[in-house]
Design a protein around this ligand. Structure first.
Ligand SMILES: Nc1ncnc2c1ncn2[C@@H]1O[C@H](COP(=O)(O)OP(=O)(O)O)[C@@H](O)[C@H]1O
Ligand SMILES: [Mg+2]
Length: 355
């Protein structure tokens, strides 16, 4: 089986490719910027470096939010032909905190209380009643940038005036007290294969490794593991990093990362996450190919309406084989139209014929 990774060329992707080469027959590392989607109205095609993309059994596509729409388009076109661990719609959902929280809400995944507003006035109404501290987020932020903490209405109010300048909806969220920690759970399919607890720097509330946070291995209880998998499924990703806060009311999900780094978590946990991804992709590709082969066979059988046989003549009459009679679903009561010429006979239901 052959596979490809579509990425922005990160070290994490490079490591994953190396591990995938150990299990797949061949693996290509494709750069996202060299992809093109060609839509012709009647058909569509993906080009790589200007040439039609090779046929793959598995394509693991990832990239930053800037490429969310392109990744959605590419996986939509390639999805029916190969196994893709991230559903097309997930790219636009996962890179937008507003849509992601909506999915968590619909799937009943526990999350902090969240409001979405577009104007400073609407935000201030909520902020007047909200308990402090309160968190505010830009929908497309990553690495902890775009996440703000306000200790009082006064500071929240001036942040909101700045946020409103962006002229886009933003999130106001209940602050979950965790002592400056969060959990990064690495989800593959139905399980969490590695998890780390990240601790924010002193004087910092964001525990992202990119914000200077430090990670160490942690074992998740069944409930936390369950909500991590639930969040991944809600978004439509079989491979992702889920951020969880262990608050006083239990675990809550704050984010699903579709392009999670693997070095930090591998180092913190001692688990080779790249190897786990490679083996997972291999097994899921095998399963998907088998499923699709089964479906294709079924279709072939249900479509089989032709048989090759000798005709059964009763004097001048032709007796049709039982299977053919059954397939037509003709009944004795209905009228049919027979159309015959040399070497051919067609029998059609009269009403169908008249249509
Ligand atoms: N509601 C919250 N309560 C407490 N801390 C939070 C909350 N939301 C985010 N944080 C902190 O900020 C970090 C970044 O938030 P997150 O929503 O994961 O955005 P990003 O995409 O920037 O990583 C989290 O890892 C966590 O440490
Ligand atoms: Mg995060």
């Amino acid at each position: 089986m052959n596979a490809a990774i579509i990425s922005m060329g990160s070290i994490s992707s490079e490591r994953t490719v190396e591990e995938m080469k150990k299990v797949f027959d061949s693996v290509d590392h494709l750069n996202i910027v060299d992809l093109e989607v060609s839509m012709l109205g009647t058909s569509e095609e993906i080009l790589y470096g200007g040439k039609p993309l090779k046929q793959y059994d598995c394509i693991y596509a990832k990239g930053s939010g800037r490429f969310a729409n392109l990744l959605r388009a590419v996986t939509t076109v390639l999805g029916p032909e190969c196994y893709t661990p991230i559903r097309p719609g997930a790219f636009t959902i996962g890179h937008d905190k507003l849509l992601a929280h909506l999915k968590f809400q619909v799937a009943k995944v526990p999350m902090p209380r969240t409001w979405v507003v577009s104007t400073a006035e609407a935000a201030k109404k909520i902020l007047k009643k909200a308990p402090y501290p309160v968190v505010m987020k830009v929908p497309s932020g990553t690495h902890g940038k775009g996440v703000m903490l306000a200790e009082s209405y006064e500071s929240a109010s001036s942040m909101v005036d700045a946020l409103a300048l962006l002229r886009q909806p933003f999130l106001i969220q209940e602050y979950v007290e965790t002592g400056g920690t969060d959990i990064r759970a690495f989800v593959l399919g139905d399980s969490v294969v590695a998890a780390m607890k990240r601790v924010a720097l002193p004087d910092e509330k964001r525990a992202n490794l990119h914000a200077g946070g430090a990670g160490r291995r942690t074992e998740l209880d069944d409930r936390t593991e369950h909500i991590a998998v639930q969040a991944a499924k809600a978004v439509g990703a079989e491979i992702c990093g889920v951020d969880i806060l262990q608050g006083p009311k239990g675990p809550v999900v704050i984010e699903v990362n579709l392009s999670p780094g693997i070095q930090g978590i591998s180092k913190a946990t001692g688990i080779n996450v790249g190897e786990k991804i490679a083996k997972f992709l291999f097994e899921r590709t095998k399963e998907t190919l088998a499923e699709r082969k089964g479906e294709a066979m079924k279709e072939l059988v249900s479509e089989a309406k032709q048989i090759i046989t000798k005709l059964d003549f009763r004097n001048e009459r032709i007796l049709l084989p039982g299977i053919i009679t059954k397939l037509t679903k003709f009944s004795e009561q209905e009228d049919v139209v027979m159309e015959a010429n040399k070497g051919q006979l067609k029998i059609k239901n009269f009403l169908e014929f008249a249509r």
